[in-house]
Design a protein around this ligand. Structure first.
Ligand code: ARG
Length: 479
């Protein structure tokens, strides 16, 4: 057989058909994972005696040559060859001749693409996890810098109780911490090898499936060949983890948008990371938080798309599954870019803690402390709540009126309040009394910040371990 006849032929189909069914214009970004998977497969074929040592070496060096061209950007992908897999096999055969035609022995594009997607997903998850760690670093730094700064705490976006700014910032830390953990958990299910499943029924070439899995530093192999080629749970759950992360970022961004408004003025927009208006010279806009908030919708859209593609698919592989890629790729791109921009924005943003305290003085935010005080003097809480509610309404929102009326109302209920008792209504005292674990007192928040620092250094260690697994792909491809 000549080198020419062993090339995978360009299919004899119409351009219109290929224009609709082809995927190489977007799945070419899988080239590195595809080549690493092929090299791992070559090792398994050689071990099974399907390839001689010489054939194995030729195939591997040919695949590495193709990889170098892809990395340089000089590889030419032919849309008539449909997808990245057919293109790379053709590039290989063009370089190594007949032996290239042996590469696909015991393998189908169905297990091949499932492997490529898993390798790409695990790498991209680690990339996003690293971005979360960078954001964690900034949030923790800002929380520590905030010291005893007081923020009005909100429920229903109404002034509720005073809290420390550091406490509020750390609330965002723990949300993102769960996102990190969710991605790490997801990574373990992504990181299993479907190679050897063939088209759906397995392979008859005596291939040891643990060989490619081990070379690629995957955690194991999939259990069922039919499931292996049809399973895209790992795509759906990755997109879910990323969508929820975007929901959390969007919520943080909503606060930044509100806080930078004239009504709040809690945050100053960094000049080089916000735009002016084309018409109104006095304006600055919180573009980055707004865009991240908007892009959350895009991620959620992809999640709905992927679940809708998967629902009702009969086993095993169906071409519908090709539709997993653009959704997944775009979610990773969107989330990575959003995290990167937001981290930079937050690092540069300045909190106006004087203005926050001024705002916290408004709205009788320590009314609950008065009810608590009456409760410690023997008035049942529900009754105390009613008394304070009445006093609040009568006071017209003025703190001095509030204190005077409080003393009168308490005495009507047989409780004498001295001036010093009313110190409980000071913002700082209100905060320091809430010293429960996870509460807003300075002591509790310091403990919490310590725990956040421990969590963060654990995340950094975890990333180092995961990156070692990812390096297997580059090692195989570069040799
Ligand atoms: N481009 C295809 C995909 O992404 C690869 C698998 C094609 N398999 C097949 N039997 N046509 O799903």
């Amino acid at each position: 057989m000549t080198a020419r006849s062993s090339r995978n032929p360009a299919p004899r189909v119409s351009d219109e058909f290929l224009g609709f069914t082809g995927s190489v214009h977007y799945d070419r970004r899988l080239w590195k994972h595809d080549i690493a998977g092929s090299i791992a497969h070559v090792h398994a074929l050689a071990h099974a005696g399907v390839l001689t040592k010489g054939e194995k070496d030729d195939l591997i060096s040919g695949l590495r040559e193709v990889a170098r061209e892809c990395a340089r950007g000089t590889a030419v992908f032919d849309p008539r060859l449909e997808d990245v897999h057919m293109n790379i096999e053709r590039m290989l055969t063009d370089r190594v001749g007949d032996v290239g035609a042996k590469l696909h022995t015991g393998r189908s594009r169905n297990d091949q693409v499932a492997l490529d997607m898993r390798l790409m997903t695990r790498e991209s998850l680690v990339g996003v996890m690293a971005e979360v760690v960078a954001l964690h670093d900034i949030i923790l730094r800002k929380a520590c810098e905030a010291g005893g700064a007081v923020l009005p705490g909100y429920t229903h976006l109404q002034h509720a109780q005073p809290v420390l700014l550091s406490h509020h910032l750390l609330a965002h830390f723990w949300r993102l911490r769960r996102d990190f953990q969710r991605m790490a958990d997801c990574y373990a299910r992504v990181n299993v090898s479907p190679l050897g499943a063939g088209a759906l029924a397995g392979t008859a070439f005596g291939i040891d499936r643990d060989i490619p899995a081990g070379l690629l530093k995957m955690g194991g192999v999939t259990e069922n060949s039919i499931d292996s080629v049809s399973d895209r749970d790992f795509v759906a759950e990755s997109v879910f983890a990323l969508s929820l992360l975007m929901v959390h970022l969007s919520s943080l961004c909503e606060e930044l948008v509100l806080w930078s408004s004239q009504e709040f003025r809690f945050v100053k927009l960094p000049k080089d990371l916000s735009s002016g208006s084309s018409m109104m010279p006095q304006k600055r806009n919180p573009d980055i938080p707004e865009l991240v908030r908007g892009k959350a919708g895009r991620a959620i859209g992809h999640l709905v798309a992927i679940l809708t593609v998967l629902k009702s698919l009969p086993l095993a592989y169906n071409r519908d599954l090709q539709e997993d890629k653009e959704n997944l790729f775009d979610v990773f791109d969107t989330v990575g870019a959003s995290l990167h921009a937001l981290t930079h924005f937050l690092a540069e943003a300045e909190f106006d803690t004087v203005r926050m305290r001024e705002s916290a003085e408004v709205g009788l935010m320590t009314a609950t402390d008065l009810a608590d005080l009456l409760t410690t003097r023997g008035i049942p809480f529900r009754t105390a709540h009613g008394i304070v509610q009445h006093v609040s309404e009568q006071s017209g929102g003025d703190p001095r009126n509030f204190k005077r009326l409080a003393v009168e109302a308490a005495s009507e209920h047989g409780v004498a309040l001295a001036g010093s008792d009313l110190d409980a209504l000071d913002l700082d005292n209100s905060i320091s009394r809430r010293d429960s674990y996870g509460g807003t007192s300075r002591v509790s928040v310091d403990i919490q910040a310590g725990e956040a620092a421990v969590a963060l250094s654990g995340e950094k260690k975890e990333l180092t371990g995961l990156r070692r697994q990812l390096a297997a792909v580059d090692d195989l491809v570069t040799g």
